[in-house]
Design a protein around this ligand. Structure first.
Ligand code: ARG
Length: 280
């Protein structure tokens, strides 16, 4: 099957793009052979070739937006290494390494740390289980941190002590939205979009208090991992099937770029999962 080309739907906007530097990993060894989230069905076939072709459209979209895109070499046998967001968390030239929940992904931790080290980051080897930017998102001056399925609350303390920033812990309760980046999208320093039902009551109240003007997405958009998106404050790269989310973003003056990552959705990941932001 031919992958859909990324489509650009320009919206009138005076929003300003912040230059982005990201790390990605080509899905040369992508397949679904085990099940560690509800999206994964090892009994169903997957195509590595389609995954690579779709990933190329995301890579091309980032280049077109002027992002500085770095690549880490994929490792044979690490099916999920394409989901680079889980490879660590970076801020102010410092990296907090990932320590994975499931043994199938454990070797990715050191592989990403080695890459970050050679790229000049001061790397902190994690004491506690955490899945990097899958569960840690920067929103202005604070770090939003998920827990409940993968990343542990203990790692939130570790994060706090390494970066000296305010860390807001948010509890995820819906197994389909098991990483924070499947339940919240960062639109820019002030704005987010999220799926209310993915959080426990206390976390939802905290989100309502901090972001009274947030975009709340529908179940339909969340079900194609619409929230799993990445942008620079002006443009948002999102799942092409998240049509309601696309409309809401455009109404708020963001440019939207839809990409079809349906093959990578079979592993339970989308746009943001394939993207680790590098912050120096
Ligand atoms: N199969 C991978 C896992 O379950 C998907 C990771 C998706 N990544 C993300 N940042 N949400 O770990």
């Amino acid at each position: 099957m031919e992958p859909e080309l990324a489509t650009i739907a320009p919206a009138p906007s005076d929003r300003v793009a912040v230059p982005k530097t990201v790390l990605m990993c080509r899905p040369d060894f992508f397949t679904v052979s085990y099940r560690i989230n509800p999206w994964m069905h090892p009994e169903h076939p997957t195509s590595t070739q389609t995954a690579v072709a779709q990933w190329e459209t995301l890579h091309a979209a980032y280049l077109r937006l002027g992002y500085d895109v770095h690549l880490v070499d994929p490792i044979d046998g690490l099916n999920d290494m394409v989901y680079a967001a889980n490879g660590g968390f970076t801020l102010d030239g410092t990296a907090y390494g990932a320590r994975f929940t499931y043994e199938q992904r454990a070797p990715e931790g050191p592989a990403y740390m080695a890459w970050l080290e050679q790229a000049g980051f001061e790397v902190h080897v994690p004491q506690h289980v955490n899945e990097g930017e899958g569960d840690f998102l920067v929103s202005g001056d604070v770090i939003l941190a998920g827990h409940g399925f993968r990343t542990t609350l203990e790692s939130h303390d570790e994060l706090r002590s390494i970066f000296g920033r305010e860390v807001v812990s948010l509890r995820l309760v819906d197994p389909s939205f098991y990483h924070l980046d499947t339940a919240i999208a960062i639109l820019d320093d002030e704005n987010v979009a999220y799926l209310p039902k993915a959080f426990d009551d206390a976390s939802r109240i905290e989100l309502e208090r901090r972001y009274p003007d947030a975009v709340l997405v529908s179940d339909e958009d969340a079900a194609v991992l619409g929230l799993n998106s990445f942008g620079d404050g002006r443009s948002m790269v999102i799942a092409s099937r998240a049509l309601g989310f696309e409309r809401d973003l455009r109404a708020r003056g963001y440019e939207t770029i839809g990409v079809d990552l349906s093959e990578l959705l079979l592993g339970g990941g989308g746009v943001k999962c394939c993207t680790l932001e590098l912050r120096r």
